[in-house]
Write a protein of this length. Structure first.
Length: 584
RNA sequence: GCGCCCGUAGCUCAAUCGGAUAGAGCAUCGGCCUUCUAAGCCGACGGUUGCAGGUUCGAGUCCUGCCGGGCGCGCCA
């Protein structure tokens, strides 16, 4: 409908220009049509006349009048008015308003979906937490946001690929393997000390026990052979850890080291997948950094940067000239010890995404990674790729509150709330809705007590209750031996003239525009905001007007409206990964 | 010190590419269940959009400078 109005305006401008009402050389602006914020301003408003007034050397309101006079007739538009400083306000005909209800019921789960993104292939990478421990609440917002955004993009017709980048290479994997092995040895009865810098979590101990049950004592070495000759841990904890890794590699031969590492990785990644699954988050692909390295893709990417003339050697390392492309400083690609950096892998990863044919790359990152954006952008540019294809969505952390108290969050001390604990406490639906309710760049306070509360204060229940209430109305209807006339096309929607009904009709018609806007601006919170508004409009209507009444035609009209509302609630909640229950 | 994000009602947050009188919820106060779920509804109160300039028909939104909060500034990932 919005596009329809825009096209009417475009025709009017062309016709006005042909008639000499506009200078022939004037450049016609992009037509901007927006939903009127105020009902008194009709349904749609256009600022065309104000934008064009200066170039046309004409007063905005006069120009608006001329445009209005040249607007073609439309069966959807009841009235066009010039208002304020020069707005053109369009009011829809009742029939056009009713179309939303009929479309929602005709299209069902498809209502609100569009094709604006057709032809585009979007790669969206989110969460990508290191596979060294369980997901915590810091990852939760990225998960909820990324998944909802992917769904919203799909609804707008984009072809979306959801991916999790697994950092399963490098030193942290060695530390994981050693931590895991030591816990395994302890489970087997060996008295080995556990390093302070190892991964301390109980999840390691639990999975190490599983390895012992499966592989038996195949990887057991006595404690003395492991510790003898290692440097002093207290004076150099990192060096101690590296020596421990070297010792483990030496003792665990014939692939045993890889076995332990692989087992640890699979176990932890399995936990992460299970958590995400229970959170309603799914991926098309888990992309392994190690495979990238094993396939020579990292070396190839580094070589491409070198070929492009963007590298140099200094201090024994290979550097990328990031500072020539907008970054603060140059960045190391290959260290003095010959190993490539995490950044080098990331260059290769982004190059790989582009080579897989995606025209847009969306990265959902924690806000603490923002300093990393310029160097990735620079690398794309150096590789001859237009960096505007990359959109990094920075997600701010949410601070959890319980009983008015801020919950401590520190990864270092292991004092973090896991995503699983959050889900156990407030449920998947509340967690997901709360996370996407706010703009991702906005710092957020997450009130656990509120998310748990079964009250009107809780926006999740508020929206879900609206859906459940409609289901309840339908059950009541059936109990009284009535049904809604089967064909919504036949419903006498012209009987819906109460203010509450007009508001609801209006909101239902807006839904496709909300989804489209949320997709194009990549802001899924717009859907959450809309759903609260829709639920509020429904609850108001419910309290003001009885649905199950004697007048069959009016009853059918109202119930048809209500059924369409239920459909839109379900569709919108679905995009956010929140269930739409039939009863509370 | 430099860079990025944020600052909107007492609190948590919205505000459609720069659009018309800045909106919700909570809290506070006052109403509404014999009637489709009160997990709901109605009303009242509440604002110099951190401060000062600038850009223009029009600024919460864009630019500059301050103030305040968060994050980042490794041959870690």
């Amino acid at each position: 409908m919005k596009r329809h109005v825009a096209s009417l305006l475009a025709q009017a401008l062309a016709s006005l220009r042909d008639a000499g009402g506009l200078p022939a050389d004037v450049e016609l602006p992009e037509i901007q049509v927006e939903r009127a914020r105020d009902r008194a301003h009709g349904d749609y408003a256009a600022n065309t006349a104000m934008v064009l007034a200066k170039a046309a050397r004409c007063k905005p309101r006069d120009l608006a009048e001329q445009i209005r006079a040249h607007l073609p007739e439309s069966p959807s538009i009841a009235e066009v008015a010039v208002a304020g400083p020069g707005f053109l306000n369009f009011t829809l005909t009742p029939a056009a308003r009713h179309e939303a209800v009929r479309s929602a019921l005709r299209e069902g789960g498809q209502y609100g979906r569009s094709q604006v993104g057709a032809g585009h292939r979007i790669h969206i990478e989110f969460v990508s937490a290191n596979p060294t421990g369980p997901l915590h609440v810091g990852h939760g917002r990225g998960a909820a946001f990324g998944d909802a955004l992917a769904s919203v993009l799909e609804a707008a017709g984009f072809q979306v690929h959801r991916e999790y980048y697994v950092n399963d290479a490098g030193r942290q994997m060695d530390i994981l393997a050693v931590s895991f092995w030591l816990r395994y040895l302890q489970a087997a009865g060996e008295d080995v000390p556990f390093p302070a810098k190892g991964y301390q979590g109980a999840y390691i101990t639990a999975h190490a026990q599983e390895l012992l049950e499966i592989d038996g004592d195949a990887h057991v070495h006595n404690a003395a052979a492991i510790i003898d000759g290692l440097p002093d841990e207290a004076s150099d904890p990192e060096g101690y850890l590296d020596a421990l890794v070297a010792r483990a590699r030496a003792l665990l031969d014939h692939g045993a080291y890889e076995r332990v590492l692989g087992f640890a990785l699979e176990a932890i990644l399995g936990d992460i997948r299970a958590d995400l699954d229970a959170f309603g988050v799914t991926y098309h692909q888990y992309f392994s950094e190690r495979e990238l390295a094993d396939n020579g893709r990292i070396e190839a990417a580094v070589q491409r940067l070198a070929d492009a003339g963007y590298t140099y050697e200094a201090d024994g390392a290979l550097w990328f000239r990031a500072s020539e492309l907008g970054d603060d400083k140059d960045r190391v690609l290959r260290r003095e010890n010959g190993l490539t950096t995490y950044f080098a892998a990331d260059v290769a990863y982004h190059l790989d995404k582009v080579e897989r044919g995606f025209d847009t790359l969306v990265n959902v990152w924690g806000a603490d990674h923002h300093g990393y954006v310029p160097r990735v952008t620079a690398s794309l540019q150096a590789l001859g790729i237009d960096p505007s294809c990359l959109d990094v969505r920075l997600v701010q952390f949410a601070v959890l509150y319980r009983g008015g108290e801020k919950l401590p969050m520190s990864t270092r001390s292991g004092e973090f709330v896991t995503l699983r604990e959050l889900r156990d406490e407030v449920g998947k639906d509340a967690a997901r809705f709360f996370y996407v309710m706010r703009r991702s760049e906005q710092h957020m306070d997450f009130d656990l007590d509120l998310a748990k509360s079964e009250s009107a204060d809780n926006p999740v229940y508020y929206c879900q209750y609206a859906h459940a209430r409609i289901c309840s109305v339908m059950r009541q209807l059936e109990e009284r031996g009535m049904r809604v006339a089967a064909d919504p096309e036949e419903a006498a929607l012209e009987r819906l003239d109460a203010e509450h009904e007009t508001i609801l009709l209006d909101l239902l018609g807006r839904y496709p525009e909300v989804v489209e806007a949320a997709a194009l601006s990549r802001e899924p919170h717009q859907v959450a905001q809309y759903l609260r508004e829709l639920a509020a409009a429904f609850h108001t209507y419910y309290n003001a007007v009885p649905f199950i009444i004697e007048d069959a035609a009016l009853r059918d009209a109202r119930l048809t409206l209500v059924l369409a509302t239920r459909q839109v609630l379900a569709n919108g909640l679905g995009l956010l990964g929140v269930d739409a229950p039939e009863a509370m």
